[in-house]
Design a protein around this ligand. Structure first.
Ligand code: APR
Length: 249
C-alpha cells in the first residue's frame, strides 16, 4: 500500500525542484515483462553471468551469443514501455525531470518519449564490430545466424552493451556525474544499487545536497543511507499516483 503522505511530499519536492533528474534500474522495466537481474525471478538466479564477461565473449562468441539472444534479444525486441516509463517521459516533457540516467539497455525510456537518456550500460539496439568498430542497428542483423558478423571486415559483432570487466561509456559516465552534481532532486526507480560505478552516481547527487526520492518494492542499499523519501511499491503504481498529483494528463 502506497504511503499517501510520503507520495504527496515527493510530488511537492518534484514540483518545486529547480533541476530534477531520474536514475533507473531493471525494476522500472519488470512490469514490461523484462526480468530483473537480482531478487525474485532474477536472471542471475537462473543463469551464470559468465556469458556476459568480456574475455569469455572473446574466447567463446557463439556460446555467449546463444545466451545473449535467448535472455535479451528474444525478450527486449517485443517489450513495450509501461506506465512508469510513460509518466517519467511526461515529467521530462514538463521539465520536472531534465534527464534520465539508466542502467537499462532496453531502450524503453526513449520509446516512451524521454529525450535526454544517458545509458550507463549501453544498449541492445546497436551492434559493434570487434575488429573494425563499425556500428550497426540491430535491425541489420539476422540473429538466426550466430555469431553475427561485420559486413565490412567479417569480424564478430558484439552488442553495444557493457559486459562485465568492461568500462562504462565515457560520455554517459561523464554526463551522468555532471547531471548528478547539478541536480537538487534525484529520483531513483527500481535499482538494487549493487553495481559500481553506476551506484556512485546517486551518492554524488546526495553529496551535492539533492533530495533523494526512491521508488522500489523493497529496501535497497540506498534506502537507509542516502534516501530522503522512500516510496515502497511497484514502479507503475507509484509513478501513476505521482503523475496524478502532478497533473500530468
Ligand atoms: N517496481 C519497482 N522496483 C522493482 C520492481 C517493480 N515492479 N521489481 C523489482 N524492483 C526492484 C528490486 O527490488 C531491485 O531493487 O528493482 C531492483 C532490481 O535490481 P537488479 O536486478 O539488481 O537491477 P539493477 O539494480 O538495475 O542492476 C544493475 O547490474 O547485472 C548488472 O548490468 C546489470 O544494469 C544491471 C546492473
Amino acid at each position: 500500500m502506497i504511503n499517501i503522505n510520503e507520495i504527496e511530499k515527493a510530488a511537492e519536492k518534484i514540483r518545486k525542484a529547480k533541476y530534477g533528474i531520474a536514475f533507473t534500474g531493471a525494476g522500472i522495466s519488470v512490469e514490461s515483462g523484462i526480468p530483473p537481474f537480482r531478487g525474485e525471478n532474477g536472471l542471475w538466479n537462473k543463469y551464470d553471468p559468465i556469458f556476459l564477461e568480456i574475455e569469455y565473449f572473446r574466447k567463446k562468441p557463439l556460446q555467449s551469443w546463444k545466451k545473449i539472444k535467448e535472455i535479451f534479444y528474444d525478450n527486449l525486441i517485443k517489450a513495450e514501455p509501461n506506465k512508469a516509463h510513460i509518466v517519467l517521459a511526461k515529467m521530462c516533457k514538463r521539465e520536472l525531470i531534465e534527464s534520465v540516467i539508466t542502467q537499462n539497455i532496453d531502450n524503453l525510456h526513449q520509446k516512451a518519449g524521454s529525450k535526454y537518456v544517458y545509458e550507463l550500460h549501453g544498449t541492445y539496439k546497436q551492434l559493434v564490430c570487434t575488429e573494425c568498430s563499425s556500428e550497426y542497428d540491430i535491425s541489420f542483423a539476422d540473429l538466426n545466424f550466430l555469431p553475427p558478423t561485420c559486413y565490412i571486415c567479417k569480424g564478430i559483432l558484439k552488442p553495444d552493451m557493457v559486459f562485465f570487466n568492461e568500462p562504462i561509456p565515457l560520455f554517459a559516465k561523464n554526463r551522468s556525474f555532471a547531471e548528478a552534481k547539478k541536480c537538487d532532486l534525484f529520483l531513483i526507480i527500481g535499482t538494487d544499487a549493487e553495481v559500481f560505478p553506476a551506484n556512485s552516481i546517486p551518492i554524488a547527487a546526495k553529496e551535492t545536497g539533492a533530495t533523494i526520492i526512491e521508488i522500489n518494492i523493497k529496501e535497497s542499499h540506498f534506502t537507509n543511507t542516502i534516501t530522503d523519501i522512500f516510496l515502497k511499491g511497484k514502479a507503475t503504481e507509484v509513478m501513476t499516483k505521482l503523475g496524478e498529483l502532478l497533473y500530468l494528463d
